[in-house]
Design a protein around this ligand. Structure first.
Ligand code: HEM
Length: 529
């Protein structure tokens, strides 16, 4: 039988429990939000978002601290520019911040919810992530595609050597984009932009348009009530890009399907290295596959699946980022002749100038590796890591509501003198001396996150880190440069080239790199073409 004292004790515990529960709830709701600049009615902080958004965020962080909250209409951004806070969000609360967000343009161009890079952290994403890291971008597949990368690099060096002999200028920005695009389009679709095959060229033009529109500022993304009006014509443009992209991919995929149907049991074809499209079509044909891969999934994965403004899917992610990194490296080397000379000495030592430096040399090129780290530190091609919080959480004593868009400003962290000595100086030696030696770019060191970190980190890093040393190594081995400034005037000796950035999804140089390659040696006898 239940006695009165037992009822009293039970009541007491219930009251205590209720009190604890209500006070913990009150404590959480009493927590403040991160600091915020003054805002305007209706538009909130919209007027503070300038086209080079990572630069605008850095200025705001300077004034309001390493974590700030901005509201624009219905959207809430949390901007972070400090490694320990970045770690708290991305490592200690990884599952809360493993999703991304889509703006209107991304949504339209990437087949609505079919995208990988913008997808929430769900079964589809996990399946595609496994497929990317094992089948598509795994070390066996990357090795199988080495001959393609070598052939393309040699073709690129040959074109530069010919221009050098003719003392003609080149648009290095365009040539690098083309090189990257040719490599990735062959790995993914077995097409390249040459001769009559203009599909890769068309894809290259589309990639630029896609990254541009993803990074452009669309007021309707922030102010819900403007969505129907499409004041800037975004929706219309996004739909046109989508239509062109869809037509191109539809053609490529149906050609491939026909080829697969007609293949029969041709042994030669069975021995051929499978490109990404074949792997994706195999999965989509597999009735027992864990996830049903639709045609839209395939199309979206191929072109645009990275980083919300963040990342495109494979094509856009890979082409732009790799080309941009090489371009910034060459611009920095031009502005820092001391570093260029050391790089040339290292490459000459390794290759003996009896052959072109190659991917297999990269473990013997520590200074080139340090140049790559220093370039990615100062010029991360993706300057903001963007994730969406799927739950409420408390970070550093601040209340961070569910649905907030997290922007980790890796660009600003690279310029913070409390994190780096002389941060604006291009000094690769910082990664070869003392503690800098241990700093890597794999997402463990939160002051240096060019490829992001954790589950949503870049799956293309192994490919990029094979390509970059070989391309930069070959360029410094074969050429010096006479550069033109942004007004197309040849720069006098010792005058640095400008390092302005262009707004967009990624952070490329504002002006194309136009230069005359000056041969250090004749590479043509070394080329395997
Ligand atoms: C220098 C070259 C590159 C840089 C600096 C870079 C950087 C990044 C960054 C910062 C992210 C977001 C990571 C995060 O949120 O934590 C990302 C995502 C991504 N990258 Fe890269 N990337 C590069 C090359 C590539 C290549 C070569 C590919 C593919 C072949 C690729 C495919 C992707 C994809 C698919 C995502 C989205 C992953 C997801 O959301 O789960 N990237 N990249």
């Amino acid at each position: 039988m239940i006695s009165l004292p037992m009822i009293m004790v039970a009541l007491l515990f219930s009251l205590l429990f209720l009190k604890m529960f209500s006070s913990s709830k009150r404590n959480k709701s009493c927590l403040s939000y991160p600091p915020s600049p003054p805002s305007l009615p209706i538009i909130g902080h919209l007027h503070l978002l300038k086209p080079l958004i990572h630069q605008a965020f850095k200025d705001l962080s300077h004034k309001y601290g390493p974590i700030i909250l901005l509201k624009t209409g219905s959207v809430r951004f949390v901007v972070v520019s400090n490694p320990s806070l970045a770690k708290e969000f991305l490592k200690e609360n990884e599952l809360t911040y493993s999703s991304r967000t889509m703006n209107m343009a991304i949504n339209i161009v990437t087949y609505h919810d079919s995208t990988f890079a913008f997808s929430p952290y769900d079964t589809y994403w996990k399946f595609m992530k496994k497929l990317s890291t094992s089948e598509l971008l795994g070390s066996r597949t990357l090795s199988q595609f080495l001959p393609i990368r070598t052939r393309e690099l040699h073709g690129f060096i040959r074109s530069l050597a010919e221009k050098s002999m003719a003392n003609e200028s080149v648009n290095l920005t365009e040539m690098l984009m083309k090189l990257s695009n040719n490599i990735i389009s062959q790995m993914m679709l077995s097409i390249k932009s040459s001769g009559t095959d203009s599909q890769a060229e068309e894809a290259r033009v589309l990639v630029r348009e896609v990254t541009k529109i993803f990074g452009e500022f669309n007021v309707s993304d922030f102010l819900e009530f403007l969505k129907v009006l499409d004041l800037q014509g975004f929706k219309k443009r996004a739909m046109q890009i989508h239509k062109r992209y869809d037509a191109l991919l539809e053609k490529i995929i149906s050609d491939r399907e026909n080829l697969r149907k007609n293949k029969g049991c041709d042994d030669d074809d069975d021995n051929k290295v499978k490109d990404f499209l074949d792997v994706l079509l195999d999965v989509s044909d597999d009735k027992d596959s864990e996830v049903e891969l639709t045609r839209n999934h395939i199309k979206s994965f191929i072109l645009v699946s990275p980083q919300s403004k963040e990342t495109q899917d494979c094509f856009t992610a890979a082409t732009d980022t790799t080309a941009i990194s090489v371009e910034w490296s060459i611009a920095e080397l031009f502005n820092n002749p001391r570093v260029l000379k050391k790089a040339q000495e290292e490459v000459d030592r390794v290759s003996g100038n009896q052959r072109l430096v190659c991917e297999n040399d990269t473990s013997n090129l520590p200074y080139i590796h340090a140049i790559i780290k220093e370039t990615l530190r100062l010029h991360p091609p993706i300057p903001l890591l963007m994730r969406k919080g799927i739950n409420d959480c408390v970070i550093s004593g601040y209340n961070i509501p569910k649905g907030s868009i997290l922007c980790i400003n890796i660009w600003a962290m690279a310029r913070d003198p409390t994190i780096w000595d002389s941060p604006l100086e291009f000094r690769p030696e910082r990664f070869l001396e003392g503690q800098g030696n241990a700093l890597d770019i794999k997402g463990q060191h939160f002051e240096l996150l060019p490829f992001g970190t954790g589950r949503r980190g870049c799956p293309g890093m192994p490919l990029a880190m094979r390509e970059l040393p070989a391309i930069i190594g070959a360029l410094v081995q074969c050429f010096d440069w006479n550069m033109f400034d942004s007004k197309e005037k040849l720069l006098d000796h010792g005058i640095p080239i400008d390092m302005d950035e262009r707004p967009g999804l990624t952070a490329p140089r504002a002006h194309d790199l136009i230069c005359i390659p000056v041969a250090r040696l004749n590479p043509i006898p070394f080329l395997q073409l």
